[in-house]
Design a protein around this ligand. Structure first.
Ligand SMILES: Cc1cc2nc3c(=O)[nH]c(=O)nc-3n(C[C@H](O)[C@H](O)[C@H](O)COP(=O)(O)OP(=O)(O)OC[C@H]3O[C@@H](n4cnc5c(N)ncnc54)[C@H](O)[C@@H]3O)c2cc1C
Length: 407
């Protein structure tokens, strides 16, 4: 394995770094935090559109869809720089739904959605989880009734002027982050309620979040930002919005999740760099924190864990550039990087001491309150996109080839 970046990659990293240094202002960082790491309605949308205009939002995509035909490694470098700078990086369209549409979507879907995603004009929200279906996603129940079939068997309430070429959706989603400011729902729905193999009756579709019959109710998380419950009441979704084949959605969602479980570690490196500076300039009991033996040990351990998180992250780009889709490797990186980030926030608050509990906004809060914020946020990161326990299960099953557990 080659552990270095090419000269072109280093050059591009610098270019992106310089661009972001100029563009990322405190208002943007505050909005990114308020909108769960996503591109909020004002500053977030503006910066991703500027990046989109340079082809940096979805660089690996073909030019006709708004990319620059780059390697995956380039895309990973750009996202790493974005997180380091504090720019939005939780981009469902660009990094999770878009790659799935590119692989499996019809030409019509590709033309309709990909260029707008790559220009930063539209954003999506993930609609998988339901009150009874989280880790066990195959238990999802939100019903999408195929109205062509219903009309043929004369079971459904198809209006006279309707051709019936749509799905009728009823049910509830839970913890759907971004749904209150995104344009579309990337939705898993049950199209076959009769099959005993539950994962074979699920389809993936794109829903306009402004459709009649959708109600969105906010829930505030421990990190202060909002996620949502989303209710569907007789919502009509045109059949052309189906992604891939009907009833194969579960497999597509599993692939999309492998893309979601790729965590750039730039923001964690930035907090670590700031922590190092803080220990070099802050004295306690007459000596610099950086001269304290215990603190030095903790920082050295953190440096190793961050380096490993970063290597696992760039390994994913390497696998993708070989033409393979990582699966248990994504779980390894997601689990290790998010647990490392939480440990970092924990260690940072310990090193800072009582002031480490002050929130951003207080002028006394060291590191702009980031240690305290990420201590809270860290709990969430080890849950969404699959919990750490589920990541370990996947590594055991798919990575180590262990049989399914008993009991
Ligand atoms: C803030 C936040 C934002 C989110 N955003 C989104 C979003 O945008 N879109 C979306 O669709 N979902 C989202 N989620 C949902 C998230 O993916 C689920 O919460 C997660 O997958 C866990 O599902 P659950 O909450 O139903 O917990 P459960 O599945 O009920 O799990 C409860 C506990 O049991 C453990 N457990 C469950 N099954 C096993 C097993 N087989 N082996 C070992 N341990 C197990 C889990 O690890 C966990 O500790 C979000 C969640 C949160 C908290």
């Amino acid at each position: 394995m080659n552990f270095g970046f090419t000269l072109e990659e280093e050059k591009l990293r610098q270019e992106v770094h310089d661009f972001l240094r100029k563009e990322v202002a405190p208002e943007l960082i505050a909005e990114v935090v308020e909108y769960s790491g996503g591109a909020g309605p004002v500053h977030g949308r503006r910066i991703i559109q500027k990046m989109g205009a340079r082809g940096w939002l979805c660089p690996t995509w073909p030019k006709e869809y708004g990319g620059i035909n780059s390697s995956e490694m380039v895309g990973f470098i750009i996202r790493d720089e974005m997180t380091y700078a504090g720019a939005p990086v939780s981009l469902v369209g660009a990094t999770m739904a878009g790659p799935t549409i590119l692989r499996l979507g019809s030409d019509e879907l590709k033309k309709e959605y990909l260029p707008r995603i790559a220009r930063g004009e539209i954003e999506m929200a993930l609609g998988y989880t339901e009150p009874q279906a989280g880790s066990d996603l195959a238990a999802l129940e939100l019903r999408a009734e195929d109205m062509t079939e219903a009309q043929a068997t004369d079971k459904g309430e198809v209006e006279a002027e309707d051709k019936g070429d749509y799905f009728l959706l009823n049910g509830q989603k839970m913890f759907n982050t971004h749904a209150h400011f995104a344009d579309y729902h990337w939705l898993g729905a049950r199209t076959d309620p009769t099959t005993p193999k539950r994962h074979r009756g699920i389809s993936l579709m794109i829903v306009d979040l402004k459709s009649r019959g959708i109600t969105i109710r906010n829930m505030t998380t421990i990190a202060g930002w909002k996620t949502n419950e989303v209710f569907y009441d007789n919502v009509k979704v045109p059949k052309r919005n189906l992604v891939g084949e009907k009833n194969k959605g579960f497999y597509y969602i599993m692939t999309a999740l492998d893309f979601e479980r790729m965590f750039p570690v730039g923001s964690f490196r930035r907090i670590f760099d700031e922590l190092i500076e803080y220990t070099k300039e802050t004295k306690r009991d007459g000596k610099l924190l950086s001269q304290d033996l215990v603190i030095r040990q903790k920082l050295a351990e953190m440096a190793i864990e961050l380096e490993l998180s970063s290597l696992l992250y760039y390994q994913l780009a390497y696998i993708l550039d070989k033409g393979e889709v990582p699966n248990y490797q994504s779980s390894m990186q997601k689990m290790f990087a998010t647990e490392t980030a939480h440990r970092l926030a924990d260690i940072a608050t310990q090193i800072i001491g009582p002031l480490g509990q002050l929130q951003s906004g207080s002028r006394w809060a060291p590191l702009h309150g980031e240690a305290e914020l990420h201590y809270r946020w860290g709990f969430i990161e080890t849950v969404y996109a699959g919990t750490s326990e589920i990541m370990r299960n996947i590594i055991a099953l798919r990575g180590l080839g262990l049989p399914l557990p008993l009991g």
